[in-house]
Design a binder for this molecule. Structure first.
Ligand SMILES: CC(C)(COP(=O)(O)OP(=O)(O)OC[C@H]1O[C@@H](n2cnc3c(N)ncnc32)[C@H](O)[C@@H]1OP(=O)(O)O)[C@@H](O)C(=O)NCCC(=O)NCCS
Length: 182
């Protein structure tokens, strides 16, 4: 069980995946602190040379829409209203979303807000320290990891499971021996 869960945590790790909601908050803070406009930031995120991405946008699998993002957007407003909070971060997030969703760069690449775009704002409003965000994410997935572990252990003749990778590249290719190369 421990090995299965720690493998799940390790796979979740990192700013492009489970750590993206932390990066969203850092991005919103940087925009506020540096006095940038949402338009300026989106322009930088489109410029590959800048090395900046619009955090909380895009997904490896959801290419049209992330259904979880719509649920979290509503939840985010509900949490802020219930707690009587107004947040400059939420305002900027909504501006960024509005600009990006109408921008050809993001439309052409099917980049939409993902689950992390609003979850960081909710966590922050709830008083969870930013560096604990991935922990919260991992806790949510824990039930699934345990269920999968349980399912595998319950199999009559358990086999190790292995994701398949199917090579679709070239078959035979011509090559030059190392000594013949210039
Ligand atoms: C999630 C993510 C890693 C998916 O990546 P991917 O499906 O492999 O897509 P790619 O990295 O190949 O990007 C495809 C194109 O969109 C651009 N792109 C992808 N996400 C982008 C973003 N968030 N901001 C700006 N441009 C982005 C890439 O630069 C690339 O442009 P190009 O075609 O001109 O080279 C990526 O969208 C990303 O880094 N998002 C920000 C981090 C994030 O929110 N992660 C949480 C996911 S739940």
């Amino acid at each position: 069980m421990f090995a299965a869960i720690s493998a799940g945590i390790s796979a979740l790790w990192g700013p492009l995946h489970g750590g993206a909601n932390q990066k969203v908050i850092e991005m919103l803070d940087a925009i506020t602190n540096e006095g940038q406009s949402a338009t300026e930031f989106v322009a930088r995120a489109k410029d590959r040379k800048s090395g900046i991405r619009l955090m909380g946008f895009g997904h490896r699998v959801y290419k049209n829409f992330d259904p979880r993002a719509a649920v979290l957007k509503t939840a985010c407003h509900e949490v802020m209203n219930a707690m009587g909070l107004s947040s400059r971060q939420l305002e900027i997030a909504m501006e960024l979303e509005e600009i990006a969703m109408n921008d050809e760069y993001f439309i052409k690449r099917n980049l939409y807000p993902n689950v992390d775009f609003y979850s960081g704002i909710i966590y922050k409003a709830m008083g969870i320290p930013v560096n604990m965000f991935t922990v919260m994410f991992a806790m949510g997935r824990m039930a699934g990891w345990i269920a999968q572990y349980h399912e595998m252990r319950g199999e009559e003749n358990p086999k190790i499971s292995r994701p398949r990778q199917i090579y679709t590249g070239a078959g035979l290719r011509n090559w030059n021996p190392v000594d013949d190369r210039s």
